[in-house]
Ligand binder design. Structure first.
Ligand code: NAD
Length: 316
């Protein structure tokens, strides 16, 4: 089976590509290596996958009309759509590029999926669509209340997926990822920034007195959820993927301090209104439909992340 992974050189995408290759799939990776963060990091992310005979890389934007040629040439069977402008804060300053890539880009990809009779599309959505809903744990049936341009683009893209599924009979699974962390983590995310700064004895900025909490989910658990979704024959589903592990930012900082054996230098900052107070996934749907079971605790995940971080720095 030939699987197109959009955003395959990114954090989550590169792990997905490696897992698919290890399972014997042919992987067609499309990524535009944009400079939201270092393209060199993205090249490094796929440095193992690229050696594999079943891996093909196209440096291309999902909005580029040449994407059509890839569908023809590579005989794509399924699509895992992870290419996006990610990151809440940047979306507040630059909403245009978020709507363009995350909404219009998804729309043009779905049109190709109809044209080429693609059997299934898995779309990487986000827990940010729930906004500040205090009714934890968050269930898929709750009304979305997006707070940022990024979150708006994700819910719009889900709705476009639903339309294509209803109208064009496409099988689409929208997976709402809850704060993903792990090796190759995006440099704009808290875990990456805290580990690097604490290790280098630099200050870290903690918003809202560290009282915010997140359902931090280790990347291999997200990859498991994506792979399990490949077996789901349903026409359309929206499914949460989280670890059901609510961790306050103060707790996260303590776990990192303990593992690095260093003390954080904290600068307090006001809470950002576009970000939720707390997130926690209800994963009963993922358990029932996919047999999803997150395996990695925050303590174990941070330990693994720090091991990776130390090895990376050794070779830089
Ligand atoms: N990391 C998280 O915590 C998290 C949480 C919820 C949802 N998500 C979603 O999961 C997906 C992957 O996120 P990530 O954290 O790995 O981010 P990432 O930025 O590391 O990966 C996204 C990749 O998409 C590529 N890309 C961006 N625009 C593109 C375009 N127009 N054409 C082709 N490629 C393009 C980027 O170069 C990048 O390699 C995204 O859709 C993101 O919104 C991530």
């Amino acid at each position: 089976m030939n699987i197109l992974v959009t955003g395959g050189a990114g954090f989550i995408g590169s792990h997905v590509c490696e897992s698919l290759l290890s399972l014997g799939y042919k992987v067609v990776c499309v990524d535009n290596f944009n400079n939201y963060y270092s393209p060199t990091m993205k090249k490094k992310n796929i440095s193992e996958a690229i050696k594999h005979k079943n891996f093909v890389l196209y440096e291309l934007d999902i909005r580029d009309k040449n994407l059509r040629e890839i569908f023809i040439k590579e005989k794509i069977d399924r699509v895992i759509h992870l290419a996006a402008m990610a990151g809440i804060r940047y979306s507040i300053t630059y909403p245009e590029i978020y709507f363009d890539v995350n909404v219009h880009g998804t729309l043009s990809l779905l049109k190709l999926c109809v044209e080429f009779n693609i059997k299934q599309i898995i779309f990487g959505s986000s827990s940010s669509v729930y906004g500040n809903n205090p009714n934890l744990p968050l269930k898929e049936k709750y009304r979305p209340t997006p707070l940022s341009p990024y979150a708006h683009t994700k819910i719009l893209a889900e709705e476009i997926c639903k339309f294509f599924s209803d109208y064009h009979n496409l099988n689409v699974i929208c997976l709402r990822f809850f704060t993903v962390y792990g090796p190759r983590g995006r440099p704009d995310m808290a875990v990456y920034q805290f580990v690097k700064s604490i290790d280098e004895n630099k200050q870290i900025t903690v918003y809202g007195k560290g009282e915010l909490s997140r359902d931090f989910t280790y990347v291999s658990d997200i990859v498991d959820g994506i792979l399990l979704s490949l077996k789901l024959p349903n026409r359309f589903e929206v499914i949460n993927l989280g670890s059901v592990n609510s961790v306050k930012i103060t707790q996260l900082v303590s776990i990192i301090e303990k593992n690095l054996n260093k003390k954080a230098l904290i600068i307090d900052a006001a809470k950002i209104t576009e970000e939720a107070e707390s997130t926690l996934a209800d994963i009963s749907k993922a358990e029932n439909l996919l047999g999803f079971k997150p395996k990695i605790s925050i303590q174990e995940g941070i330990l693994k992340y720090i091991e990776w971080y130390k090895n990376e720095n050794k070779y830089e």
